[in-house]
Ligand binder design. Structure first.
Ligand code: 1CP
Length: 360
């Protein structure tokens, strides 16, 4: 393992382990992105996946929000995309501006076209290099989060060929070809495990799995098709790290829209942190998970369009909701989904300031 500068702020890691903290650590999903003029500037002269694949560029855009919000933000997340796994499995993915697969999986016969054994070092080594380079650039200011997409969410993209409103094609697979679907979901999960382990080796200090389309499944279908892969990932990552003699890192699951599964996820998922969206009251989420896991979330990202007063009022409310017996414990403040391109960066700054004020 590479040696990195000593950490100056480990609030995120302490909260992820469920500890009481002097204030809530805060970051936002998609914090390196199009709402930042400095990001748009980089994107003017570089394609999306070129930024992902060029460690200097990925490092630059990962560090941009940390630079802009110095002292107000407690984590960085490596700039990449969940769709680098389908690419590593042999699929072409374009970004214009949303994801598009020119040649999606139409029937289970198409599984043959995927790469049999994915060598993550060969296919995704550029992410590992970007992580190592970013850890150095961060100089211990804040921890660096690595991530991947969850098997169900990636499966949906690989079959739909892009975003979807109905998930008709992906669900046709689940219901018409359940066994083939489960086999493919596990194959994706295997790549997730190797990819996440590689990110820890490269310097990632916390791992987040994004199951952005979890909420599209009925609760029993979530348990049948998504949950096994999610659990496989935590078991696999921890086993592999242990066998390599590498200390484990906290793991977060963001299963958007799957608040119905909080109890099972907290009990058997193997994650240290569960991300929640705004569809559940923080106090209710805490009541369900008890002290088994830390929580992350959950402000509706559209509140960032509501003006300063609305942001302050809602952040205050959120902070009160996440307190346990008046204390800030095991909570990472965040939005309930990614920040969107139209947000004024100064309104995001205000969000950070309000979290600091009301979670101390
Ligand atoms: O032109 C651009 O710059 C495209 C915008 C963009 C950005 C900034 C995309 C395309 N991806 C990203 C970066 C990204 N994607 C990060 C970077 C780290 C960060 O700052 O958070 C992360 C963590 C992701 C993860 C991701 N990609 C998810 C999971 C999180 C979520 O929002 O649910 C998903 C679903 C994707 C797919 C994707 N990539 C890009 C877009 C626009 C989308 C979603 C499209 C859709 O709705 O289907």
């Amino acid at each position: 393992m590479v040696e990195f500068p000593a950490m100056k702020n480990d609030l995120l890691l302490r909260a992820a382990r469920g500890e009481e903290t002097e204030r809530a650590p805060v970051w936002v999903m998609r914090q390196a992105g199009r709402y930042l003029p400095e990001f748009r500037k980089v994107r003017e002269s570089h394609e999306f996946f070129e930024v992902c694949r060029t460690p200097e560029l990925a490092t630059e855009v990962t560090v941009q929000p940390i630079r802009r919000y110095t002292g107000l933000i407690d984590a960085s997340i490596i700039f990449s995309d969940i769709l680098v796994i389908p690419q590593a499995m042999g699929m072409e993915v374009q970004m214009n501006p949303g994801p598009h697969f020119p040649d999606p999986l139409n029937t289970p016969e198409d599984i043959e076209k995927l790469t049999k054994v994915v060598d993550v070092n060969k296919e995704l080594g550029y992410v590992f290099e970007a992580i190592t380079s970013t850890r150095k650039a961060l100089n211990g200011e804040v921890p660096l989060i690595g991530f991947c997409g969850a098997p169900w969410t990636l499966f949906a993209y690989m079959i739909e060929g892009g975003g979807s409103k109905t998930f008709q094609k992906a669900k046709t697979w689940l219901f018409r070809y359940p066994e083939e679907s489960k086999a493919l979901l596990l194959r994706i999960a295997d790549v997730c495990v190797d990819f996440l382990v590689g990110q820890v080796k490269a310097g990632a200090q916390l791992l987040q799995v994004f199951d952005s389309w979890a909420g599209e499944l009925a609760p029993h279908h979530f348990h049948e098709f998504s949950f096994p892969g999610l659990q496989y990932i935590t078991k696999g990552v921890r086993q592999k790290l242990a066998s390599l003699g590498i200390p484990s890192v906290p793991m977060t699951l963001f299963a958007k829209g799957a608040n119905h599964a909080l109890s099972v996820l907290a009990g058997e998922g193997g994650y240290d942190v569960l991300g929640i969206d705004w569809g559940i009251e923080p106090s209710e989420a805490r009541r369900i998970v008890g002290d088994k896991v830390a929580l992350q979330g959950n402000l509706d990202p559209n509140l960032l369009y509501g003006g300063r007063d609305a942001i302050e009022r809602e952040v205050k409310r959120m902070c009160e909701g996440f307190r346990v017996g008046g204390r800030v414990k095991g909570w990472i403040a965040n939005l309930g989904h990614g920040i969107t391109p139209g947000v004024d960066p100064e309104d995001l700054r205000w969000f950070f300031e309000c979290v600091r004020k009301y979670s101390s």
